[in-house]
Design a protein around this ligand. Structure first.
Ligand code: BGC
Length: 405
């Protein structure tokens, strides 16, 4: 417990007041020293209290079609922020963060029960892998060998295929550490799974910190050369998951370029300057301000569904994006080590996914900021490489940080 602030000075100075002839002998420096140690003690107490408030809970969340039991883990921090994550697909099912009046709101789209995730989910809240986004025609060549992947997006491979990392049961281990509580998920993707070469051992750690960050750490190792590009697919709505469209959110993306796509949303290979296009988000702009402009790229995406080439890529963590929802005051900042980020404005949502509390998620009810290497990288040697070889370790961190303004 922290000391009662009002009483401490009295004890320091003594009941008879400060005097050199009677009572405790007090010098200015001893008062200062005592005050400093009090501050430190109070600080420590508060810190210990905040540490003690970090908690996790585990509850059964149903079984998959194969009868595998699945759990739901709820992590909470000292500010009341809570995140619920299931080890089915590593899906974030709920994320409760305060608005500017301190009211908690659930800022991610999702379902109430596992059965809905098993039936039809457009990757709500999931871990995406082995290779995020599209690989053209589900094919790529590595070291002279052509690999054919499962195709699940017309002729293309999307988000790891028919049964990607969003649809598998991960081993899960919750933990508490200094200033954070977390969930360590691990999964071994066998050689040949969805057509990918190499047995890939993957760990994804979700951490909720006392600074209101949701940090995601990805790690993978392979026994044969393969391609890896992991990301996270929460659909955010900072006004609350059931509050309508996200067009009023202001978004900043620190990127001078993007990767233009063809009609099938496959990158052409060009890196195009955002200047003068509706994809210029270097200054915060409402998502809805230009989304329906007559622009070929927006037509192909049905809105925003593009990869931004993030500035200052050198493999270290840096701030790349900020979303702000003016009515709630909630702000989300994204930092990542990745070179790219897919900003998807929920264009394929059409009300047919009925989410938590019966909310039908209409067109553009949520937006995704998927940090990643560029889509179709295995077919673009000019893009930063997604190849992982035996003996190398794939490591990447992304942080979503929440606060109000
Ligand atoms: C893709 C969209 C896709 C969506 C699936 C996004 O990452 O960019 O094109 O439709 O995921 O829900």
């Amino acid at each position: 417990m922290s000391a009662a602030p009002g009483r401490e000075p009295e004890q320091l100075y003594g009941s008879s007041g400060s005097s050199r002839s009677s009572g405790p002998y007090v010098t200015l420096s001893s008062v200062v020293a005592a005050a400093i140690s009090l501050l430190i003690l109070t600080g420590c107490g508060a810190r210990e209290e905040r540490q003690a408030m970090l908690a996790y809970q585990q509850e059964p969340y149903g079984t998959t079609g194969d009868g595998a039991p699945v759990q739901l883990y709820t992590l909470s921090n000292a500010n009341g922020v809570r995140v619920a994550i299931t080890n089915y697909g590593g899906i974030v099912t709920r994320l409760l963060v305060p608005d500017r009046d301190g009211n908690l709101g659930d800022v991610v789209l999702g379902y109430d029960s596992l059965s809905d995730y098993l039936t039809a989910s457009p990757y709500f809240g999931a871990i995406v892998g082995r290779h995020g986004n599209r690989i053209a025609k589900g094919r790529f060549t590595l070291d002279g060998v052509e690999y054919r992947l499962a195709t699940n997006d017309g002729a293309n491979h999307l988000h790891g295929g028919l049964k990607g990392f969003d649809k598998v049961v991960w081993d899960a281990e919750p933990y508490r550490a200094e200033d954070e509580v977390g969930l360590r998920l691990s999964y071994v993707s066998e050689d040949g799974e969805e057509g990918y070469p190499g047995r890939l051992a993957v760990t994804v750690t979700y951490a909720l910190t006392n600074s209101d960050e949701l940090r995601i750490e990805y790690r993978a190792e392979t026994d044969k050369p393969t391609a890896v590009n992991l990301t996270h697919h929460s659909y955010f709505n900072l006004a609350g998951h059931a509050s309508g469209d996200i067009l009023g959110h202001e978004l900043m993306i620190n990127a001078d370029q993007f990767t233009p796509v063809d009609e099938g949303l496959i990158p052409t290979g060009e890196l195009r300057d955002v200047t003068g296009t509706p994809l210029d988000f270097r200054s915060a702009t409402a998502i809805g301000a230009r989304i329906d402009e007559d622009d070929e790229q927006l037509r192909f995406g049905g809105g925003y569904d593009h990869n931004w080439v993030l500035n200052d890529y050198d493999g270290s963590l840096r701030l790349v994006a900020r979303g702000h929802e003016p009515t709630s005051g909630r702000v989300m900042e994204v930092s990542t080590m990745e070179p790219g980020m897919q900003f998807y404005s929920g264009n394929f949502l059409d009300g047919s996914n009925v989410g938590k509390g019966g909310a039908p998620y209409q067109h553009r009810a949520g937006f995704c900021l998927e940090t990643q290497h560029f889509p179709d990288s295995p077919n673009h040697p000019e893009f930063p490489s997604t190849v992982l070889r035996p003996g190398e370790v794939y490591e990447s961190t992304t942080i979503y940080r929440f606060f109000v303004r």
